[in-house]
Each structure stands twice: as structure tokens, then as C-alpha cells.
Design a protein around this ligand. Structure first.
Ligand SMILES: Cc1cc2nc3c(=O)[nH]c(=O)nc-3n(C[C@H](O)[C@H](O)[C@H](O)COP(=O)(O)O)c2cc1C
Length: 379
């Protein structure tokens, strides 16, 4: 299977290590960052969602009109719109981008953050809503006949869309989460299941949970797996590790006195299982496997994609290949210096991983039977 790389479609230059220098939606930076990804071998970028953040669908549409190759992963929370409306937004964006859209459905890991936009369901109820929502979006994308729907969360009659995606039969559905309810919903309806970077053994267990849920839902295929890391690269191992320690010092300085880094995530007692897992892993140890380093997760309270891979490009590429061998075929990576790190990772890590994956695929390909010489037989 080919490997894909997902970067970040950030709308400003801020990160956990430093405050942004301008507005939350910095139009020039948004395009510069996306273009850096396109020019340095990345496949796709994620436009993330936060209750107060700029609308990612519009940021994504802006980038799509300016660039021709880069694909888009649009994060979307079901609580903020009606599924038929969302299906039309996505189909329109797939048209604007000439078929470059994938939608990442976010259930929401924190009650408090969900309540900021009026969502008072519990997390497990939210997963049940996300699953129903995705089924409706898929139907609205593909049904040319009017249809009714009566489910647990939505009821409507006689809907048919007049805008269909370029991608046929439909764009891919991406999904994230690490709780049993997440595996159940994502295992049933996702094309891509996204995990945050954990040690190899923990990742293998999560992949098995997703596959098990897909089988339990009666699927004959299983979702592709995406894993996310924070790469910290150096020209030598020593330089990479110095940079890693500087990175954590900068995060700790910004969180001194309990100051939070974003309104989306608190530094302590996260409600979502994914972040709880990251903190539990960090409590078990700082280093795992070839290059996984957990102090960045510990310093941010397990804030989403927060475990680092530290080392030279060769070391980090080999670490990613270890995950590829587990069945991961999409890598999400975001540095702490978003623009420069996207360029470095694209320039030095992506080519190594692609080349090694191609070799592995070639080694697996069946060898064609030896050609027999044809012998002319006289009649
Ligand atoms: C790759 C990835 C990207 C995510 N992006 C966002 C995002 O942009 N905004 C957000 O609120 N949650 C985001 N999430 C959070 C999840 O969609 C989900 O709400 C949360 O992980 C659920 O928690 P659980 O681990 O308890 O199941 C993301 C998760 C993953 C794995």
C-alpha cells in the first residue's frame, strides 16, 4: 500500500512553543504554509476545528483555489450544523478543489469545549450522533433520489441534494478517537481511522480494536490507519535531542503557573481517552522504541497530537517505517516551528520513507512466472 503524508493547514504561526505573531486567521501565512507543504512532497493538510477558531471550511476553500495539487482534510464537528447542510458544504468544496477533499469528523473529547457551541450531549451520545451524521452525509453525497430519514438524532423528509462531489462515489471519511465508543462508531463508518502517536505495542493494540469493531459492524474491509507525531529533527542525534529539550523548556515556560496553551484543551485531567492514554504512557517512561519521546505530551497535558519522534531524518524515517510495518499507511506530522519544520520534514524525511515503502512493496509483489521460449511446431 502506498504511504501518504498529512501536514497541518495552520492559519497562523503560533504553536505550543511560541505565541502567534499576528491574527488568528493570517491569510498570507495560511497560503505560505500550505504552499510549503505542496512544494515539499506532502499529500494533504488538516484544517482543524476549535470553538473559537477561524472557519476551517473557508480557509480550506481559499487554499484550494490557490494551489492545484495539495489535498485537504477538513475537520468538522457534527454539533455545528445539520448533516444535509454539511453534505452540501463538503460537496461544494470538493467541486472547488476538483476532488481534493477528505472530511475528518470530530466527535469532541471535552464536554466544556462542546458546550461552548451549545452541545450538551455526553461523549458516548456524541459518538452515536457522529455515526448517524456520517451515514446521512454519505447518503446525501450519493443519492440522486429524494430520501427520508428518521434516526435517534435526526429526522427529515424528502431531501435530495443538487450538488454532488467530484470524487465518485464520494470523498473519504476520516475519524478520530481512542475510546470504545470511538472504535465502535469509526470502525463502522470510517474510511480512515486516526490515532495519536503511541509506542508500537499500544498502536498495534489500537489498530486491532479498530479492525475488530469494523468486523463487528459487518464490514468486509477495514479503515486505513493514520498515526500522528510531532517530529523534532536535527542534523545529528545530539543536535536533535538538544532541540527536543529546548522545545519542552519553551512549552513549560508558556504553561508556568497553570496557563493553558489553547482554550480547547486543559493541562490537567483531560476528559478524552486519547489524552488520558498519552499521559499514562508518559508516566510509564520518556522514551519508547526507536525515537518516540513523551515529555512533549506530558508538558501539554496530552494535548492531541503531542508525542514527538526525535532524531536525524534517517532515524525518524526508520521509526515511521516501524509503524508502516504495523499497518499504518498515513502519517500526520507537525513540527513546533510549523513552516520551517514542514519544509525540513518534506525535504529530508518524506523521500526516505517513500523510497523504503516502495522497496517493501516491490519485495512483496508476486514475481512473474519465468517466460517460456515458444517453440515452433511444424504441422
Ligand atoms: C488526527 C486527529 C485530529 C483531530 N482533530 C481535532 C480537531 O481539529 N478539533 C477537535 O476538537 N478535536 C479533534 N480531534 C479529537 C477527536 O476527534 C475526538 O473528539 C476525541 O479524540 C475523542 O476522544 P476519545 O479519545 O475519548 O474518544 C482529533 C483527533 C485526531 C485523532
Amino acid at each position: 500500500m502506498p504511504v501518504e503524508f498529512l501536514g497541518i493547514g495552520g492559519t497562523n504561526d503560533g504553536s505550543e512553543t511560541h505565541a502567534r505573531s499576528g491574527a488568528s486567521f493570517d491569510k498570507d501565512y495560511t497560503l505560505r504554509l500550505a504552499r510549503a507543504h505542496e512544494e515539499h512532497g506532502w499529500d494533504r493538510v488538516l484544517f482543524a476545528y476549535g470553538s473559537g477558531s477561524p472557519d476551517p471550511a473557508q480557509a480550506a476553500a481559499y487554499v484550494a483555489t490557490k494551489l492545484d495539487k495539495l489535498q485537504i482534510l477538513l475537520a468538522h464537528r457534527p454539533n455545528v450544523s445539520y448533516p444535509t447542510f454539511a453534505a452540501k458544504t463538503f460537496a461544494t468544496l470538493d467541486r472547488i478543489s476538483d476532488g481534493r477533499l477528505t472530511v475528518h469528523f470530530i466527535t469532541g473529547g471535552t464536554d466544556h469545549e462542546q458546550q461552548r457551541e451549545g452541545d450538551y450531549l455526553t461523549k458516548d451520545e456524541r459518538y452515536s450522533r457522529t455515526e448517524e451524521y456520517i451515514r446521512i452525509v454519505k447518503k446525501a453525497w450519493t443519492s440522486h433520489e429524494p430520501f427520508d430519514h428518521e434516526g435517534q438524532h435526526y429526522k427529515f423528509a424528502d431531501f435530495v441534494s443538487d450538488v454532488f462531489p467530484v470524487q465518485q462515489p464520494r470523498p473519504d471519511v476520516s475519524f478520530g478517537g481512542s475510546s470504545p465508543a470511538a472504535y465502535k462508531a469509526g470502525g463502522a463508518v470510517a474510511d480512515i481511522f486516526c490515532l495519536w502517536g503511541e509506542p508500537l505495542a499500544d498502536t498495534a493494540a489500537q489498530i486491532e480494536s479498530v479492525r475488530e469493531a469494523a468486523r463487528a459492524a459487518g464490514r468486509t474491509d477495514t479503515p486505513r490507519i493514520q498515526v500522528a507525531f510531532r517530529p523534532i529533527l536535527g542534523a545529528t542525534e545530539d543536535l536533535a535531542w538538544e532541540k527536543a529539550h529546548r522545545t519542552v523548556d519553551a512549552i513549560k515556560q508558556r504553561t508556568s503557573g497553570g496557563k493553558t496553551l489553547t482554550r480547547r484543551h486543559s493541562l490537567t485531567n483531560p476528559q478524552n481517552t486519547g489524552s488520558q492514554r498519552l499521559l499514562e504512557i508518559a508516566a510509564r517512561g520518556e522514551r519508547f522504541d526507536r525515537a518516540l519521546w513523551t515529555p512533549t505530551a506530558a508538558a501539554t497535558g496530552g494535548a492531541g497530537n503531542s508525542n514527538a519522534l526525535v532524531g536525524t531524518p534517517e532515524t525518524v524515517a526508520q521509526a515511521l517505517l516501524d509503524y508502516y510495518d504495523l499497518g499504518v499507511d498515513i502519517f500526520s506530522a507537525r513540527g513546533y516551528d510549523t513552516l520551517d519544520d514542514a519544509i525540513d520534514f518534506g525535504r529530508y524525511v518524506i523521500p526516505i520513507v517513500r523510497e523504503e515503502v516502495a522497496k517493501r512493496e516491490q519485495a512483496k509483489a508476486p514475481t512473474p512466472p519465468p517466460q517460456r521460449e515458444s517453440i515452433a511446431v511444424d504441422g
